[in-house]
Structure formats: structure tokens, C-alpha cells
Design a protein around this ligand. Structure first.
Ligand code: AR6
Length: 750
């Protein structure tokens, strides 16, 4: 916010800063590097590529970038110091020269004058009207050039101490203000590949000025005058887009050495198709694979035509002639994506923020849930906001506090974690409240409950990733275990551990490697505190360690080195899957399978059913005939004939009879059975229409809730591993989904 000017800086990220007035009207489009604050005389300065311009308080551009001022100071009495082509001078508010640009330096305005040094080294004072009064002193010579490259047309790159690589003329004067971290060998086109101090790569003209505004994220490597180039993909707001692992998403293109694109930045991958022969590039985008030839032509291939050579895909010689027609772009049908529903299994950042917010509030119920378990879990049980009893009931040997199978499980509930604001007076290391945590090479457990049933003790363990525990502790959360109530448990545990340690085998391991991995048994001492019976080298320790010792010991050795992948930023794979809501015609979707809202006969009808049969052609009806119908709530699959998709899954939705006739179960079953078929056939993408919401009269809101719940469950439980598209015929239908997604817990629409 520019307070005095009343303008607002619009900052949409790197190279995307602009200016708007209070009503939001654009003064400068968001395409500048920065906008500097209001100055005394009423001008706002803006910068792009190191060049300054100004806007007056009426919003008019007064000094344009074309004037090439690489420095512009604040105006005093109508003039400001400025630099152009490495020389300093004074300019008026309109940008006119008040005195000639003949100074090597003009210092900041002080005591109503500027201290200035002429190009010949004469030092003196300069007033706002441009009058220069020498003091009679001479400045020391400027720093020397250390390396001078080859001259071309009177200009050479050179290294200038404390500045970097610059371009100089034959008198060794800098020809302009541009400075680089590196300047590469001159290209055939006369341009130079350069690297800016910011680590961005681009091209500079022979006179050192950058060529356009194109900067890339990886070095340019020209072979035969062409180089692959990469840039970080940005979203609509200009923000850098990143993958779930935090790495930037790159787009690739091919740049000519004269600075023009042969293939613009439009691809997700580019490399040589045949690395040995280097005949053309292999490229991919989200839809197709391509061969890009140095003569500027491109061939498009469907994904199926690629092979793998080690890590790389390529188009093998036998497929070279099987490319798609040039107008393949026109054949593409891209429905409008309304919203995406992303299932992130664990987002450490969100978790941390959440915990942080809880330490301040400290009152509300814990509602965060996370699971990563080998076992299918009924999601309903873990719905956000409802979980108060958490954990897995693990049937253990009554004597061993260890789970029987590997689960990673974290449910932050009030019962298990209680907030206590961190006591700043106590050194952090001492204050870590570890009591009640079972420390294991892979996880922390807190005992939340112990129950006895038919002489078998069931221990409810809350298992959490180490790093989650670390984060929680850092935020001052007390990891609090429930009471270990059975006194016998302690005695039994001791006996059992002693016996099992003597045998060298312990636990209810599922496999030898698992046993190996889980090889640190945990004991429990008479106070109910856990301790290891073996140290890291597998020796019996004899004396119980405190849980804090176990934790710190483990953390400082094994955890840090061996499990680097568990760093805070990426300690759990954020395996996110998408549900995409699109507006479009389902018969035009190029997916593995589209779902048909059919009737029991499977012989066609109106609505989407009719549309699918019309578009698929007679073959579909013939195949359907052979299926002999389909019960409501079930699904059957056929081929797709003339449709762009590969398969059609026919499902029969329920007719709405008011909602109390099992409609929800049947509709849910439509989605589940369709996805089960998809998974059985290893289909990667399935598109659903809004089943039953047309002729069958199912209310749209209710149907959408059932659909989302059923699909989410299938995705979460990995019953279906591909992606799901909800294809809505109208924008209103899509809005219904969008609204539900927005209010739903545990998922983030993007
Ligand atoms: N693409 C996507 N969605 C569509 C399309 C299309 N081309 N055409 C319609 N929809 P309905 P139902 C939407 O009536 O309620 C048939 O006669 C439409 O806007 O096709 O399950 C069958 O043979 C609506 O939201 O299916 C059955 O007898 C949704 O698809 C009966 O209708 C479903 O509408 C099945 O009725």
C-alpha cells in the first residue's frame, strides 16, 4: 500500500508487480519487477529489468522505461540524480537532462547538494540546477578490469571487480550498466548466453543489454544453434507452481541462438529422442508425446507409441511413421475444469500450522486426522470433528507393548494430545515432556488405553510418525499418554521381554525383514515408563533408559542419517489424488472409461444414455444386448466403439422415491461398482455423469454428496488408484459439487 499516494501496489509475484488506484483501476499492469514508494515530489517509481520509470499522482507515466535510466533517485527541488549507460547526471521530473551525463558517480542528496565525481576523476558539488563546483580534489582511479574476453565489433565481455561480468569498449569503459554472474561464449548469432546474479539464464546482445524479458531456470546449452530451455510454471496469479515434493514444475521449450523460440515453452519434458544419434527431441505434454525436429516441424504421437530406454521414454523407429495428423490439436476437446478435489494424505505444513494455532487457543477439540496404514480403515469412523477415541486396537501379547503389524497412524485428538503452552523459562531440551511415549525406530506410540478381555490385554496405541512428534513438541504440545492401568501388565511385560530377548526372537512379526526393521523391543519399567531392552547394536543394555534418552539417542543417530526422507518438509509422501469436476459433454472425453447412467435393460434410452449410444454407434448396442441387463446399483463394462474413450461402464442408478427406499446405498454402489471395474481393468481415468439426477429424479445436492463420499472412500482406501472426473452437463451441476467440496473437511479444493 502506498499510503500517501493513495495507490495500491499489486504484487502477483516475480516480474508481476503493478499499481492500481483505490477503486482497483489499473494504473500499471502487473508486469514490473517492483514499484517503489511515493516520493517527496509526488512520483511513484517503477522498475523493470533494472530500468526505472515514473508515474505521477494522476496515474500518468511521466518517465517511460524507454529513457533507459538504470538509476533514478528521489526528486529534490524538481531534479533527481540518475544513471544512464554507466554515466551519472541529473534529470528533471519529466526526464529531461538538467546537466550532461558526464559523472562517474553522484552520491545521495545531502545538505542541499550532491557530491559528484566527473568521468575524469574531478570531485565537486552539484546543485539541483546542474551547476558543478569542483573542490580541486581528484578521485582515486576506479577498480580495474581483471579479465577481458575476445572483442567483437569493438565490444568485449570483461570481469570488473566487485561488479561481475560486464561489457566494455576498446577504451575499457563499460558500455552500459548490465552486470552478470557469467557471460558465456559468443554464439553464432552474435548473442551471448548470460547468467544473472539471481541464477537465471538468458541471452544478451553484443552490447550487453538483455534480450527481451525471457529468463530461464536452467543453463542454455546450444547445439547446432538450438538449446532446450526451461522455466518454472506459474499459475494465473503469477505464483510459482510446485509439485507435492516441493520441487518446481518446469515447462520446456527449444530456443534458437538468436533468441526466438523454435518450440515455445509448452512441454512437460524435453530430451533427445535418440540420445546417441541426437536426431530430434522427444517431448511430452499432458496430452500427447511429440518429436520436435530442428527444422521446426513437429510430429504428434499417442502415448502408446513410446518405449522406455532406461529412464527415458522415446519413440522407437518402428513407430516413427505412426504419428497423428497435424490437426490433432483441433481434435482435442478440453472441457472446462471447474474445481479439483485433492486428497492429500498428510500435509506437514498444515499440521504444523494447525498445532501452532492450537497452542494459542488451547481450548477447542482436536480434529486433525491422518492415517497411513496397511489396513483398510473405515473412514466414517475418522471423519474430522467426530473423533475423540483414536488409535488402532491392536491385539498384543499381554506382555509386549508392541503392535502386531506395521501401521503409521496419527489422530490428534484431545484424548491423546493435550496442549500446554511451552514454558519459555525451561531449556527446551529439558522441557520435552516424553513420559508415556513408546519410542520405536519408526514411530512414537502413546498408550491411550489398556483393556483386558478374555485374559488378552488389548492396548490402544496411538502411533505417530517421529517427525509429527517432533513438530508437536516444538510447538510446546505435551504428548500425553493415558494411564497404564493394569499393574500386571508391567510385570508380565518384564518377564516376556526377558524371555524373548533370551530367545533372540520376539514379537508377532509378519516377516523376517519386518522383524529386523522392528528390532527394538520396548520394555516398561515399574513406574510404567518404557525402556529399550536392547541398544542400537542389539546388545542388552541391562539398565532401563529414560524415554527422553531413547528418543534423543535415536533421533540424533539413526533417524537423522538413515531416514533422511523423513525431514520435516517432506517426511510423509504427500500422495495426492484428484477428483476433477468439469463442465462438458461426457461423450467427448478422452479418458479410459466414461460411465453411462443406464437403465436395467442396458439397451439405451434418453439423457446421457442416449447421447453415449448415439456417439458410440451400433456396435455398443450389440455388445450391450449380449450383457442381459444389469441390476440397479451394479455396473457392467463394454468397449467404447466410436467414442474417444476406451471403455464405457454402464451403471444403473436408482429412481428417486423420496429417499427412504435405499436410494443412497444404491447410488453409492453405482460409483463403487464402476470404480471397482475400473480398478480391475487397471483403468487410469474414469468420468462419471451425475447419475440418477436426470430422468430418475434424484435431488442433485443429495446425489452429489453420495457421489463424492463414495468416490472419496474408494480413493482413500485405494480401491481405485486412477483419477476421477465428474463430468457435469451444466455449470449449475458443477457448482453443486464445488460447494460441497469447499465445505468438506480434510480435502482442499484447488
Ligand atoms: N454429458 C454429460 N452429462 C450429461 C449428458 C452428456 N452428454 N447428457 C445428459 N447429461 P439422465 P438418469 C447429464 O437422465 O437420471 C435414460 O433414459 C444430465 O444433465 O441421463 O440416471 C436411461 O436409459 C443429468 O445431470 O440419467 C435411464 O432410463 C445426468 O447426465 C434414465 O435415463 C443424468 O441424467 C437414467 O436416468
Amino acid at each position: 500500500m502506498l499510503k500517501r499516494s493513495g495507490f495500491v501496489i499489486v504484487d502477483k509475484g516475480e516480474h508481476c508487480v503493478g499499481l492500481a488506484d483505490k477503486e482497483g483501476k489499473e494504473i500499471l499492469p502487473p508486469e514490473y519487477d517492483s514499484v517503489l514508494d511515493f516520493d517527496e515530489d509526488g512520483y511513484v517509481r517503477f522498475l523493470r529489468g533494472g530500468v526505472y520509470g515514473t508515474v505521477d499522482l494522476q496515474g500518468n507515466i511521466v518517465i517511460p522505461l524507454t529513457l533507459g535510466l538504470t538509476h533514478l533517485g528521489v526528486f529534490h527541488e524538481g531534479t533527481a540524480r540518475a544513471r544512464k549507460n554507466c554515466k551519472w547526471g541529473l534529470v528533471s521530473e519529466s526526464g529531461n537532462e538538467v546537466c550532461e551525463f558526464r559523472f562517474s558517480q553522484i552520491n545521495a542528496y545531502y545538505n542541499k547538494r550532491y557530491k559528484a565525481t566527473c568521468l575524469d576523476g574531478t570531485v565537486g558539488y552539484l546543485t539541483e540546477d546542474g551547476t558543478f563546483t569542483p573542490t580541486g580534489r581528484k578521485a582515486r582511479p576506479s577498480p580495474r578490469l581483471s579479465e577481458i574476453g575476445e572483442y567483437h565489433d569493438g565490444i568485449a565481455p570483461a570481469y570488473l571487480a566487485r561488479v561481475g561480468w560486464v561489457f566494455i569498449d576498446e577504451e575499457q569503459n563499460r558500455v552500459n550498466d548490465a552486470a552478470y554472474l557469467r557471460i558465456g561464449k559468443r554464439l553464432g548469432s552474435g548473442l551471448y548466453p548470460v547468467c544473472k546474479a539471481s541464477g537465471q539464464y538468458g541471452l544478451a546482445r553484443g552490447d550487453g543489454t538483455p534480450l527481451g524479458n525471457e529468463w530461464f531456470n536452467t543453463p542454455l546449452r546450444f547445439v547446432g544453434g538450438l538449446s532446450p530451455c526451461t522455466r518454472i510454471r506459474r499459475d494465473k496469479e503469477g505464483k510459482e507452481m510446485r509439485k507435492s515434493n516441493g520441487l518446481p514444475i518446469l515447462v520446456y521449450g527449444i530456443l534458437k541462438d538468436n533468441g526466438t523460440f523454435l518450440f515455445p515453452l509448452a512441454y512437460r519434458t524435453i530430451y533427445w529422442n535418440n540420445r546417441l544419434e541426437k536426431d530430434c527431441w522427444y517431448a511430452e505434454d499432458d496430452e500427447y508425446c511429440y518429436l520436435l525436429f530442428p527444422d521446426g516441424t513437429r510430429r504428434t504421437y499417442p502415448w502408446g507409441s513410446t518405449k522406455r530406454k532406461g529412464w527415458y521414454r522415446y519413440i522407437p523407429p518402428e513407430q516413427l511413421n505412426n504419428y497423428l495428423a497435424d490437426d490433432v490439436d483441433n481434435l482435442r476437446y478440453t472441457p472446462e475444469v471447474v474445481c479439483l478435489l485433492r486428497f492429500s494424505r498428510f500435509d506437514p505444513k498444515a499440521f504444523e500450522d494447525y498445532l501452532a494455532s492450537k497452542t494459542r487457543e488451547g481450548k477447542k477439540e482436536w480434529t486433525y486426522s491422518y492415517r497411513d496404514t496397511d489396513q483398510p480403515v473405515d473412514l466414517g469412523f475418522y471423519q474430522q470433528g467426530r473423533v475423540l477415541q483414536a488409535g488402532v486396537f491392536l491385539q498384543c501379547s499381554p506382555m509386549l507393548l508392541r503392535p502386531m503389524h506395521k501401521t503409521r497412524f496419527l489422530l490428534v485428538t484431545r484424548h491423546a494430545l493435550r496442549a500446554s503452552v511451552y514454558n519459555e523459562q525451561v531449556p527446551r531440551e529439558l522441557a520435552i515432556p516424553l513420559s508415556g511415549i513408546l519410542v520405536h525406530p519408526h514411530t512414537c506410540f502413546t498408550v491411550v488405553d489398556v483393556q483386558s478381555y478374555l485374559r488378552t490385554v488389548q492396548i490402544v496405541l496411538l502411533e505417530m510418525p517421529y517427525q509429527a512428534a517432533v513438530i508437536a513438541l516444538r510447538h510446546g504440545l505435551r504428548l500425553q499418554a493415558g494411564p497404564v492401568t493394569t499393574a500386571n501388565l508391567q510385570i508380565d511385560a518384564k518377564h516376556d521381554l526377558a524371555r524373548k530377548s533370551a530367545q533372540g526372537v520376539h514379537g508377532n512379526s509378519l516377516s523376517p525383514s519386518w522383524e529386523q526393521a522392528m528390532s527394538q523391543p520396548v520394555g516398561i519399567d515399574p513406574e510404567g515408563k518404557p525402556y529399550p531392552v536392547k541398544d542400537r547394536l542389539g546388545r542388552e543394555t541391562g539398565k532401563p533408559q529414560t524415554p527422553a534418552d531413547i528418543f534423543l539417542d535415536f533421533f540424533s543417530t539413526k533417524f537423522k542419517g538413515a531416514e533422511e526422507g523423513w525431514e520435516e518438509t517432506k517426511f510423509m509422501k504427500t500422495d495426492s489424488r484428484l477428483i476433477k469436476v468439469v463442465v462438458g459433454d461426457i461423450t467427448r472425453l478422452n479418458v479410459d472409461a466414461i460411465v453411462n447412467a443406464a437403465n436395467n435393460s442396458l439397451l439405451g434410452g434418453g439423457g446421457v444414455d442416449g447421447a453415449i449410444h448415439r456417439a458410440a454407434g451400433k456396435g455398443l448396442l450389440e455388445e450391450c444386448r449380449a450383457l442381459g441387463g444389469c441390476p440397479t446399483g451394479q455396473s457392467k463394462m463394454t468397449r467404447a466403439y466410436n467414442l474417444p474413450s476406451n471403455h464405457v461402464i454402464h451403471t444403473v442408478g436408482p429412481v428417486w422415491h423420496g429417499g427412504s427406499h435405499g436410494e443412497a446405498e444404491l447410488l453409492s454402489s453405482c460409483y463403487e461398482t464402476a470404480l471397482r471395474l475400473a480398478e480391475e481393468n487397471k483403468l487410469q481415468s474414469v468420468a462419471f455423469p451425475c447419475i440418477s439426477t436426470g430422468v430418475y429424479g434424484y435431488p442433485k445436492q443429495e446425489a452429489a454428496r453420495v457421489a463424492l463420499a463414495a468416490i472419496s472412500r474408494c480413493l482413500m482406501e485405494e480401491k481405485y488408484k486412477g483419477s476421477v472426473i465428474l463430468c457435469c452437463f451444466s455449470r449449475e451441476d458443477a457448482k453443486v459439487y464445488e460447494d460441497i467440496i469447499q465445505e468438506q473437511a480434510g480435502v482442499t479444493p484447488v
